[in-house]
Design a protein. Structure first.
Length: 240
């Protein structure tokens, strides 16, 4: 992804450079022709005033376009620098973003589920290979609510740290299927600014800034909690 982004930036920069060179070349050619025309005009039949004025206007227009292009290029560069600086400030912060995949770290993975009405939901956790490692049925309220998974699989074993996806199938009291929006939460480890837009890396998941829904400083673990999955809540208390 980052490689494609770098290619896009280089391509755009190259196109702008070619356009400027072409415009500058045309500008110099126009200036040469105008100067030559003035030098070789017939003294008895000088250049028509209106025609000369039109040529001067064209001359000024080309010069202005060159300056405008330079200014726009500078503004684009400044905007990108500001955008990258904003993205870099996310490193080390806890971010909630759109998506269904997050990281299991220190025996905890957190998603946020948004339901438009009370529903009965079948919740499944899948590993990076798409295999289901944990399932449970849970009632969701008509609100945005956190869902925590402590890394325990359906067999009681401890799942390895890594990327996991949540899949929610929900129905209301009438048995009608209800769509559930999923967001995930995690610490931003690094930022990739090599492409056309910066990307935040949360574990193994890359997201853009427009996917971010909230940002907060990570909270310190409560006293006595070393992050050992054995000390985490059991699967029966994975909900909010």
């Amino acid at each position: 992804m980052a490689i494609d982004g770098v290619g896009g930036v280089n391509s755009s920069t190259g196109t702008n450079a070619v356009s400027r060179q072409t415009l500058a070349s045309n500008f110099e050619t126009f200036l040469t022709l105008l100067t030559t025309q003035l030098q070789h005009q017939n003294p008895l039949e000088p250049l028509d005033t209106n025609q000369f004025t039109q040529q001067l206007v064209s001359f000024a227009g080309v010069e202005q376009q060159l300056r405008t292009n330079d200014n726009l290029e500078s503004l684009v560069k400044l905007s990108k620098i500001a955008h990258n600086a904003t993205a870099l400030s996310f490193v080390g912060l806890n971010v909630t973003a759109e998506g269904a995949t997050t990281e299991l770290r220190d025996g905890l993975a957190v998603w946020y589920l948004s339901s438009p009405k009370p529903v009965q939901a079948q919740i499944s956790i899948q590993d990076a290979n798409g295999s289901t490692v944990f399932t449970e049925t849970k009632t969701l309220d008509a609100a945005i609510q956190p869902y925590q998974w402590n890394g325990r699989t359906s067999t009681g074993s401890i799942a390895p740290a890594g990327a996991y996806k949540i899949v929610v199938s929900a129905k209301d009291a009438n048995g009608q299927t209800v769509a559930i929006d999923t967001n995930f939460s995690g610490i931003v480890d690094q930022v990739d600014v090599s492409g056309e837009e910066p990307l935040l890396l949360i574990g193994a998941t890359l997201i853009t800034l427009d996917q971010v829904r909230s940002v907060q400083r990570p909270t310190a673990p409560p006293p006595g909690n070393s992050g050992d999955p054995d000390n985490s809540p059991n699967p029966d208390s994975t909900g909010s």
